[in-house]
Design a protein around this ligand. Sequence first.
Ligand code: AMP
Length: 648
Amino acid sequence: MQLVGKNRGGSSTWLSQPKPKQILPLPAMARVSINLSGESAKKKTDLVVGIDLGTTNSLVAIIDPETGKPKAISGDNSNEVITPSVIHFTEDGRFDVGSSARDMLIENPEKTVYSVKRLLGKSYNDVSEFESTYGYKIIDEDADSLVKIKLGDRFFSPIELSAEILKELKHKAEKHLNQEISKAVITVPAYFNDAQRQATRDAGKLAGLEVLRIVNEPTAASLAYGIGQDKSTQKTVAVYDLGGGTFDISILRIEDGIFEVLATNGNTFLGGDDFDRAIVSHWVRSTDLDETTLDAKQIQKLRLLAEEAKKRLSSQETVSLEFESKSLTISRLDFESSVNALVQETLDCCERAVKDSGLNMDEIEEVVMVGGSTRTPYVVQKVSNYFRSSKIDNSLDPDEIVALGAAIEADILAGNRRDILLLDVTPLSLGIETLGGLMDVIIPRNSRVPFRAGRNYTTSIDGQVNLKISVFQGERDQVTENRKLAEFILNGIPAMPAGLPKIEIAFMLDADGILKVRAKELRSGVEQTIDVKPQYGLTDEEVETMLLDSLKNAKQDMEYRSLQEAINESEYLITTTVKFIENNQGDLTDEQVTEINRLVSALKESIAQGSKDDIQQKQDDLNVYTKPFAEEMMDKSIGKALKGKSIQ
Ligand code: AMP
């Protein structure tokens, strides 16, 4: 059984968006300061850390109580603030996280997990095409449920493994600060969908952290540069984030302390790792090195060597390294020509993002450079040539920026900065399936979050006592072309004629982009609420493809929608006409009944043929013919009522 949208029937549609001021009420907490010597226990546990849970590396940061500035926290025995996002499952069944785990990538690749962030909130179907790039085993038992990773004879979800990284960061912060940490802000890419955000939040929970907010990485990066910290800021910035394995470009508009993501683009398989591979290819081309003769360990070693060369080339003109008693050399010029196509690919993404944002290039005032690969001078040079008139921000450590911004957001949420609001948008429209398989959008794409919206619907069948509510995400008019997020049944609606129940469906999208759906039959008060936790998520490519598809198919979709709406309307008209004849038989002549039935049959035939214009014509014919009778009957009923008789 399906829903009928009541938009055309003159019923209510409600949409509400709270004023920006009300969107993010800041918790009324006391000011928190970190003073290791003399703070009260209560205040100490209020400390909120900022975490950048990265694909390659992760960091944790706080606001330094001495300087009031954000700072990344280093480990006990080193000045190293970076924790490699690598997890090794040891022989005795423990998890080892960070640099020591990374060292095991060569020795024990089957039990060493890297890039687990790519798997968060994903099904096997989502990741199968890049499965071969992993040294560990991804399980494909049930293609539609969330992936699992096999380590030895145990199975782990990406959430559990990400939780191990978060535990390590929590531990690192606790050791450094000498106090317990229980609250955090965690960053995610701006394009992360509901499932991926939820998975990140769950990983936090599993690590013993209350995740106060999931923040978009570009928002955090801008904050780190102080952009938007001052309420009067009005600025449009591009955040260019080139890490080890991923590239993201986001265009943000910052106004009144509000961060709005205007557009995102990128490539989830483009980053510094590809630069390393380009160096290896250069060596293969320019020496007698033959990669096909190397075993897995040697290949891994060669990759690490290439990375070393790349890093050195950021400050040196030429690098020579030893591999298996061979000397491998590369100049900066060779390197630049090897990676030129890769860098150009990032600029193509920038072009698409700028176009999607609807802005001109000269409206972008600043470019924030994020990610370790923006240390390559060639990248900075190409990006600054591309964004001609913009100021390039690359003074901060590109590895730390996102974590530093997360620490600032954490500070805001701890109640220390009441002057800033952060706002993001939802990347795809959210809606429900209505009669004829149509997508009825309740929260449009690019709506600011948090967002609350709803609509009233009714039933299509007499005596319908339950309703299936299917929630979809996407831009196409036909739900089959969109991604189903959830489905639930609203039971216990009292039996009523079709069209009488008033079912209010409310969508509540919270500040983290997580959706809650409530369905309520207003006449009886029957209600049901679900948290939409999709079984599997969308890849960012899918988000992009869905958007492109919706543009490509806009005309076809519109035709489908108007035909479907004409059919829905006609079916409703037929039902009411049949009822009308039943109820008013005594007042109609045989000829009139025959003519009405003929017109109804003509309309039914037209529906079967599926031509929208003809359906509308036949609908009009029926309406024109029955209108005088309907009016006459109405007058009679009113007349009867006025004489003290009840209306039928
Ligand atoms: P991220 O994912 O942001 O941590 O970035 C990691 C990537 O940055 C890796 O591909 C590193 O090899 C790369 N990277 C780190 N330091 C440098 C450097 N000095 N020059 C070029 N690339 C670097």
